[in-house]
Ligand binder design. Sequence first.
Ligand SMILES: O=C(O)CCC(=O)C(=O)O
Ligand SMILES: [Fe+2]
Length: 223
Amino acid sequence: MTSDGAALILESTAIDQLAEQGWTLIRDFLAEEEIAELAAEAQRLWEAGAFKRAGIGRAERFQIRPDIRSDHILWLDENAPTRAQKVYWQRIETLRREINRAFFAGLVSFEAHFAVYPPGAFYRKHLDQFSSSSDRIISCVLYLNRDWREEYGGALRLYTDGNFIDIQPRAGTCVIFRSDSIYHEVLPSQRERFSVTGWFKRRPLVMPLEDPLRDRSPSPPFG
Ligand SMILES: O=C(O)CCC(=O)C(=O)O
Ligand SMILES: [Fe+2]
């Protein structure tokens, strides 16, 4: 990155594109050594067995469906970030403010996980919003593999206007898109493919009327 001014101009172009076409990308989202540190961390945790098979759906609808997605994930804990993760969260916070300023989007939080696609893994075409809730507004995927080559597969295919575009998962590229309307898929990857995937969220618009876990024993009889 050349200067803060240049970074700001880049970011505002990206945000214009996000508004116009529903997706954008920022290359060099973090410095090379910051990406390398995140990549080393993800690799170490993967080798230590800390990742879990990813599923689809939330809460009681959660299912492991290797026919739909076969990646493995590890959620980040915002309250206990490593040094590399702290830099990532700070960068995300800057982006959150930019998006809110440009769109009055009311994004209040962010959740993120590391993901690994082992050789052969994929994620079929989908939207990132759960059908049961609309609090995921903007998706954000940051890639960690240095020297990625097209022949490894593993591109992110974004579907837009009856067409599609393939994005190579190269270290430092961050793809940002609307969670409610941009269909996308991860094509089968032939190499271990690492990323940090996250979602900007709004406060849920409709609050549940009743907490299902609340004690529902009958109230004591009158008198
Ligand atoms: O890794 C990617 O390129 C996209 C991942 C994805 O679509 C997801 O986790 O919902
Ligand atoms: Fe997705």
